[in-house]
Design a binder for this molecule. Sequence first.
Ligand code: ADP
Length: 479
Amino acid sequence: MKKVLLIGAGKGGSALLPVLCEDKEVEVIGVVDINPAAPGFKIADELGIPTTSNYKDFLEKNHVDVVLNLTGNPSISDEIKEKRGGTEVLGGLSAKIMWNLVSERKRREEEKTKLAEDLERLNIALTESKEYLENILEHSADIIITTDTNRNITMFNRGAENMLGYKRDEVIGMPADRLYYDKSDRQKILEILKRDGSVLNYETKLKTKDGRIIDISLTISQLKDNAGSVIGTVGISKDITKRKEMETKLKETNQELNNFVYTVSHDLKAPLRAIDGFSGFLLEDHADKINDDGRLYLKRIRGGAQHMQSLINDLLELSKIGRISNPFEEVSISELLEQIKEEFQFQIKEKNAKIEINGNMPVIYCDKIRIYQVFSNLITNAIKFTKKGVTPEIKIGCEDRDSYWEFYVKDNGIGIAKEYHKRIFEIFQRLHKPEEFEGTGIGLTIVKRIIELHKGGIWLESEEGKGSSFFFIIPKKVT
Ligand code: ADP
């Protein structure tokens, strides 16, 4: 083993010292520096290596095979070589190369350690987020199931256990098809999945372990590996059984209500006709026997009965929308508008109204009778709610918006203040006294319901005194 003396405990010395100590061929027996605060001294102390400021003295007292001169001062090397022939001295360029090599190795090692630490941190973060995600999947109240390419279940979360009654171990490896109430539905879902890559909010039914049927809304997508190959599916299902029950109940209640309105309205019609008819007879045939007050009251009775008849007719129409559905057909809107103009020619002439149809009207797939009602309600309102002394101008048009048609009916009438834009579509909502404008406040409710029946929407743009523009959209494909 070579006994080595290190002269110079600065940067180079402190870098070399630990490396030399690791070498089994070398024993560092001392470290020399004239600076008592040299960093290499601290390392030497830790390693139990003697330190001194006097190399000459040290060399006198100890046998040294190799002196490493890291001071950069060649005279020290020369002096030792001269006085101690048997001692090898490494200094100047050779010491510098050695020091460079060592510091480079040290730098690399530090880098390696840092990389390893970074990797470790990344690994921890990855594990944490994986656990976090797994936790979310596991504890989600929704049913989360993954399958492999053979349609067998590979993951079954706690939500699935709770809702379907199976334990995970019972279903892992089982074909997912078995969970479906209607197997052909599963087939349909897989076909859409293959075509579109995902299926959103598909409503279907699953069978629980104890044979109950639950309604679910399923969103399913393909699972792919890093190379992009499909390795299975992941499906998330929400239990919508309660919602479905409520929807059915609501439908039944609505149906009952509609039937009730229909029956009541129908039964009310006959006595009303009698009131209207008999008060008419009294006014026409017995007017001479009734004084002025009596005649005024009779007129009021007749007016009231007639208003009630309009209300009943409109209510009957409204109840029909939910009860009676007409088959959809291709309808030419231009022809339909011509029929409306003909039906209301008296009102149009009376008000001297101008009706302008902008551009070509499309042929749309719809319930003809209902869409006729939509246009006739909007057009008669536009003729009715006009400003005194202003010729009513009504513009009707349609824009092709790719997947839907957007129609408009615009007028230059009295307009509607913003705060009423939503409310006017509610039943019996009227913004004027009967003596200003007659009506029932049901027309726009009918219009809105019909549009909704066609899966469309209606809105308006208007300001008080500045005319109204009603817009409604009808999807081209009504399912
Ligand atoms: P009705 O016309 O029988 O009163 P609607 O349901 O058709 O009932 O309309 C509700 C209310 O909306 C009307 O009473 C009127 O105040 C307002 N309205 C409807 N259309 C127009 C219009 N084109 N211009 C101004 N106000 C309108």
